[in-house]
Write a protein that binds this ligand. Sequence first.
Ligand code: PMP
Length: 395
Amino acid sequence: MADQPIARVLTESMQALAPVLWFFMESTMAKREGDPTICDLVYGNPHDMALPELVDTLQRWAVPQTKDWFAYKTNEQPARETAAATQSALVGTSFDPEDIFLTPGAFGALSVALRTVVDPGDEVLYLSPPWFFYESMIMVAAGRPVKVVLQPPTFELDVEAIKAAITPKTRAIIVNSPNNPSGRIYPASDLAALASVLSEASERNGRTIYMLSDESYRRILFDGNAFESPAKHYPSSLVIYTYGKTLLAPGQRIGYIALHPEIEHRDELRGGVFLSQVLGGFQFPNSVLQYAVPELEDLSVDIPQLQRRRDRLHDALSEMGYDINSPASTFYMLARSPLEDDVAFAEMLAEHDVFVLPGRIFELPGWFRISVTANDDMVERSLPGFEKALKQARG
Ligand code: PMP
């Protein structure tokens, strides 16, 4: 038998991730990332110094107060209480601190949650265009990803399409509101319709369909928009949260899973999530981050500044002739590529030192995504490049 050095599931995930891996490792962006002369509008990464309050909080909690300060830590009580209070306010139902599980960001939360509920071969629905790791993360958890396509240019939650994709093998659905990449916040009416479809299908299947509610961007809200938690409408929800977006510090890995207080099989799930954290490779944030949570909860990156950058880019690019949306939330703006081949257009922008994420990387050919976490200087410097590349594309 031919030697197969890495696990088959990773080989298969690699195929699903091929466009992402190409972009990370081989594109012009991969070669020029970190170059101070480029305008980096690609990822939700910081391009200014970190929040001083964040630095101060981490420094203080890094100083040991007891001999077991750096002993093994699992789900620390003050962090759990803080997250439970936030969850209670958002969902309007009292969350028990015992239902909060601290994880290394939303990445960790998703991987732990999937490993907790998915059996080999179970189907997990995700909505496309997605955050580009969902499909492969479902695969690594031994699930079968089932894609439900949302229609441009609004990318509304298509409850009928979700209903049509459900089978007796459906185990879970990942819902991401506010949405990366569309910037949409799903309204209460759509979430209520989705909840009734999921409840009916769970009843019919004799097996709960869990909702993994990825709420990573729920505090990045523009224009006074309010966030409606999908979990408010569907008790069989595992809420996924990360502090990485709100603090704009994704390298400090902290987030959590919150089990809805009325989730089906709550006691078994509590044990399952904990076991999944331990056996999945001790998926807990470092102790210092856990101690800091009660203070981190109240910190945030400057949202009005992000909104100003969104407006600056939206207005300038629209005026040039780009077809670009103005997101209600998140770090991201979607624009139509003036060339059908979005990768070719991204390379054209790259010739002018402007870097964006081509739509093909997130299942949306013909579009590209801009991140407003670039600093103001990059945004201003990018505008002539956007203008030249558009002219070039139009021949
Ligand atoms: N979910 C979504 C929708 C995201 O956009 C991201 C990060 N880009 C994550 C999860 C992962 O977040 P973190 O890196 O903070 O774990």
